[in-house]
Design a protein around this ligand. Structure first.
Ligand code: SAM
Length: 248
């Protein structure tokens, strides 16, 4: 996969080269192009923004440097899916991450100030993605979040593929709780079943916890699922154990 990142703060995305991204780069699973928008500015001051047409506060990122950057990116290999990080976009989630992980090339456009000139969005942007209903100062952090979530879904990026398969949302349920050594902390012992060595019982317990957690924390997700009889039985068992009664 290739990811192009367009920003006026290339140094903000450099830390991405550590951890996940670094591994994917080393393994050749990923190549990254960081594009400094100012390199495509025309004046001596390297300006990429100007005051808004119609007046008002803030600055707007200018069409020309954006369009020149897009032309350079498009000319360098296959045209990517151009994504503008924007609070007005489709809210990012696991399904969207999985969809992006299947693309050969994406370009992430990080806005600043009031955002990009609308004419650039109309002409060049294929999709707008938001990371939530709040406003950041710039798209770089949003780009980092998207890159992280997308990369861990690409086969070979994570050491243990099974850990992705068990993560929250992968099977529509939240993940089960995790414990590690020591078996006893000052007040709480790890669940006996996890120490039993019985893998069938451990798998059953984990599924029950995943169902229970999803019921408690994300009933909206659970309501969209059609539970099998066995899953419903496990959920009922969880609720009885927690003294919560059975779902109506
Ligand atoms: N005036 C814009 C609006 O209200 O829609 C907000 C501009 S914001 C201050 C500057 C940049 O931060 C945006 O162009 C976008 O790239 C990025 N940004 C802000 N919030 C975001 C979010 N929730 N998701 C993704 N990107 C965001």
């Amino acid at each position: 996969m290739r990811i192009d990142i367009v920003t006026i703060f290339p140094e903000y995305v450099e830390p991405l080269r550590h951890a996940l991204l670094g591994k994917a780069l080393e393994q050749g699973i990923l190549s990254v192009g960081v594009h400094d928008l100012r390199a495509w500015a025309q004046d001596a001051h390297k300006s990429v923004d100007d005051t808004p047409c119609g007046g008002g506060p803030g600055m707007v990122m200018q069409y020309e440097p954006l369009a020149r950057t897009a032309a350079a990116i498009n000319a360098d290999g296959d045209k990517p899916l151009h994504i503008y990080l924007s609070p007005q976009g489709t809210t990012f989630n696991h399904e969207l991450a999985a969809e992006l992980a299947r693309k050969p090339r994406i370009a992430l456009w990080c806005g600043r100030y009031e955002g990009l000139d609308q004419r650039f969005i109309v002409e060049h942007i294929d999709a707008e993605i938001s990371i939530g209903d709040f406003v950041l100062s710039g798209g770089e952090i949003a780009a980092a979040i998207i890159i992280d979530a997308v990369l861990r879904l690409i086969p070979g990026v994570l050491g243990d593929a099974a850990s992705v398969a068990e993560d929250s949302f992968h099977h529509k349920l939240l993940d089960h709780p995790h414990y590690t050594r020591p078996e006893n902390t000052a007040k709480i012992r790890a669940p006996e079943i996890l120490l039993s060595g019985n893998h069938a019982l451990i798998a059953r317990w984990r599924l029950k916890q995943a169902l229970g957690r999803t019921f408690l924390h994300r009933p909206d997700i659970l309501n969209q699922l059609e539970l099998s009889d066995a899953q419903q039985k496990l959920l009922n068992e969880f609720l009885t154990e927690q003294h919560l009664g059975e779902p109506s």
